[in-house]
Design a binder for this molecule. Structure first.
Ligand code: NAP
Length: 312
């Protein structure tokens, strides 16, 4: 493969950006993919850490400097910060550049970023479905995107046709991801089911246990079983990122939460009335979904007991 982008700018240097950089470096070692990677983070502390660990070929002191001459600019900040960052970099973008983002919500990012785009710059929204509960410049690793999906957002879900989309897809594939396309509305609904609502449930369950802990002293922590430990791992995710996800994917999350509550009530009734058949059939159906995920290569069936991999 020949170089796909001469210069890539990573704006925001947390888990996703640092993983992208290490994955670019890994790809470059096999076959040149990117000429140079510049980076910027808003705080001096993060920039200093990035310089110390060798994250990016050049860490810049301003976002404007980082995007200067970049062929690809990747917005790797929380969803609620995308607009302010875009406003800052817009006058400094090169004609012919592509801007993309990795935000977990798509419709609101598109509505915020698109009006700020200068002429001659393409915007291809994206979302790598890979992450952990860790954040910051030191949390990234080169294999994060391996065999994970990266969704690119198009107006027409079936057609990743523009040169900018095709080039970005090629780039993500070189980072280890499988690329698919979706509309923004569909993305936000699917993610509300597979990621956003489960996170909300985990936050709630850990909150309930925390209240209980005050009653039962430390037993909730001491005897925590696999299910609860998995919840605590998810509930340790970055508060800023997840606050922004719920504020910006409000409609889809509320829709799925409504359906979730209805199901919970039906299981609650089955427990109260002793309807074992309903519970058994329900759990049999959900077990098949887990098998499907393992068969699709998106997780392993190795026993974990809540202590193993930190992938989310
Ligand atoms: P992260 O590790 O917390 O890093 C966030 C970066 O954004 C940091 O460099 C931070 O700068 C910067 N930042 C935070 N608030 C900002 C603001 N108001 N203005 C400018 N910069 C700001 O986050 P991440 O996990 O990499 O997530 C980045 C994006 O990827 C988010 O949009 C998230 O939705 C998406 N995403 C996350 C995951 C996941 O599992 N974590 C998965 C897929 C997609 P400082 O360090 O200087 O404060």
């Amino acid at each position: 493969m020949s170089v796909v982008y001469n210069r890539v700018a990573l704006i925001g240097l947390g888990l996703i950006a640092s993983s992208m950089f290490w994955a670019i470096r890994r790809a470059n070692a096999k076959d040149p993919l990117v000429g140079e990677v510049t980076g910027f983070a808003r705080t001096e502390a993060t920039r200093a850490t990035a310089r110390r660990i060798g994250l990016c070929d050049k860490v810049c002191d301003s976002a404007a400097q980082a995007v200067e001459g970049a062929d690809l600019v990747v917005l790797c900040v929380p969803v609620g910060a995308m607009g302010a960052v875009m406003e800052e970099i817009a006058p400094h973008l090169k004609k012919g550049a592509t801007v993309t983002d990795v935000g977990s919500v798509k419709k609101s990012v598109i509505e915020t970023v698109t009006p700020l785009l200068p002429e001659g710059v393409d915007f291809v929204p994206g979302h790598p479905l890979a992450g952990t509960e860790h954040s910051g410049p030191e949390s990234g690793f080169a294999t994060l995107f391996d065999n994970r999906w990266c969704l690119l957002i198009t107006d027409d879900a079936d057609t990743p046709t523009s040169p900018a989309e095709l080039r970005l897809g090629e780039f993500w594939q070189a980072l280890g991801a499988n690329v698919d396309v979706m509309t923004a509305d569909h993305h936000d609904l699917v993610l509300a089911v597979t990621s956003h609502t489960p996170h909300l449930i985990a936050y709630t369950m850990v909150g309930v246990a925390d209240d209980l802990r005050r009653v039962t002293d430390s037993e909730v922590v001491k005897y925590s079983a696999a299910g609860f430990r998995d919840f605590t791992r998810i509930a340790a995710s970055d508060p800023t990122m997840w606050r922004d996800v719920f504020l910006t994917n409000k409609d889809a999350t509320l829709e799925i939460l409504g359906r979730f509550t209805e199901e919970l009530f039906s299981l609650q009734r089955a427990i109260r009335t002793g309807d074992g058949d309903l519970l058994f059939d329900y759990f049999t159906r959900t077990r098949a979904i887990r098998r499907g995920i393992v068969e699709a290569g998106q997780d392993t069936d190795a026993p974990d007991f809540g202590r193993g991999s930190s992938r989310s």
